[in-house]
Design a protein around this ligand. Structure first.
Ligand code: NAD
Length: 314
């Protein structure tokens, strides 16, 4: 099989490529990435062809997609705060970028597309757990752009009879997630602060909850979806129904590290949702026996991976 991963030099994309290289069914792996937030280091020593460029460039996509069996579209500008600072940039990369990818898929008759939406689309809807049929109530430009991602993908499936799988990821974490930029996600921020002996900085009271999902669980589901060409007529949550508060997360990290951590509370951030937890019924129907890691296993793997790198940086 030939598989193209947009955003392949990013956190989830690179982890997916690391999973796919071990699969004997994979003949050719291509990453498309403009390296805006991703890193070449993530692909070191992997037998993957990197096309460095934006998904907003049809020529780059044409060079990548010819003869592809599946496109996994992960390329996007992540982060709610980034989108509040620069909503147009998030819209272009995430909404227009998805349409560009889908149009390239159509030009090249790629039989299967997987796209990444986000739990942030549930936004202000207070109902838990998040069942896919709930009304989306996005509260940030990022969430709107992800709603566009999944809606464009499902519309393409309907209009052009394309096999599409639109996932809503929740809070994915693990090795290769960037820790040192202004919009870094909470797990790498906490782990890197803990490893250099700084306090963990918690926005708000820390009782907000998230469905943290280890990246290995996410990539094993996606790899299975690629091989079995899984599609679905509606979006699918890719998380397992955990509900962990930030204070629980810090406690688990303390347990992994075997020592207490200092905490500093900062004001809550606008655009953040209070609670998040997936209903995973639909996921389990499509993927009855996923390779699933616990939060603790994931945190341990993240700490192990970041330890060397944090020590090198400081
Ligand atoms: P990431 O920032 O590590 O990876 C995104 C990659 O896309 C980066 O390598 C970046 O350079 C690339 N990219 C950005 N704009 C691009 C463009 N215009 N053209 C080509 N490449 C571009 O983020 P991630 O956490 O790996 O996220 C992957 C996908 O999953 C994104 O679509 C994101 O919205 C979605 N998602 C992630 C999470 C999470 O918890 N990490 C949660 C929900 C949804």
């Amino acid at each position: 099989m030939k598989v193209v991963v947009t955003g392949g030099a990013g956190f989830i994309g690179a982890n997916l490529l690391h999973t796919l290289v071990d699969n004997p069914l994979m003949d050719e792996l291509v990453a498309v990435d403009d390296l805006s937030t991703g890193s070449l280091d993530n692909l070191t020593d992997l037998p993957v062809r990197l096309l460095r460029g934006t998904v907003l460039d049809a020529k780059v996509l044409d060079a990548a997609l010819a003869g592809a069996d599946c496109v996994v579209h992960l390329g996007a500008l992540g982060s709610v705060p980034r989108s509040i600072d620069n909503p147009l940039a998030s819209h272009h990369a995430n909404a227009t970028g998805t349409l560009m990818v889908l149009e390239a898929v159509r030009r090249h008759d790629v039989p299967h597309v997987i796209v990444a939406s986000s739990s942030s689309v549930y936004g202000a809807n207070p109902v838990l757990p998040r069942q896919e049929a709930l009304r989306p109530m996005p509260v940030s430009p990022y969430a709107v752009s992800k709603l566009a991602t999944e809606a464009y993908a499902l519309a393409h499936a309907s209009c052009y009879d394309q096999a599409v799988l639109a996932f809503r990821f929740f809070n994915v974490f693990g090795p290769r997630q960037a820790a040192h930029h202004a919009y870094a996600a909470v797990v790498p921020r906490f782990v890197s602060a803990a490893l250099v002996g700084e306090p963990v900085r918690i926005h708000g009271d820390g009782r907000q909850t998230r469905d943290f999902t280890y990246v290995g669980s996410v990539t094993s589901v996606i790899a299975d979806a690629i091989v079995r060409r899984v599609s679905a007529p509606d979006v699918v949550n890719l998380a397992f129904g955990e509900r962990v508060s930030l204070l629980d997360l810090v406690a688990e990290l303390e347990s992994v590290l075997g020592r207490p951590l200092d905490r500093v509370h900062e004001p809550p951030r606008s655009g953040d949702v209070r609670d998040s937890q997936a209903d995973s019924t639909r996921l389990r129907e499509l993927f009855p026996s996923p390779r699933r890691y616990t939060t603790r296993e994931g945190l341990q793997a993240t700490v192990d991976w970041m330890s060397d790198r944090v020590l090198v940086r400081h």
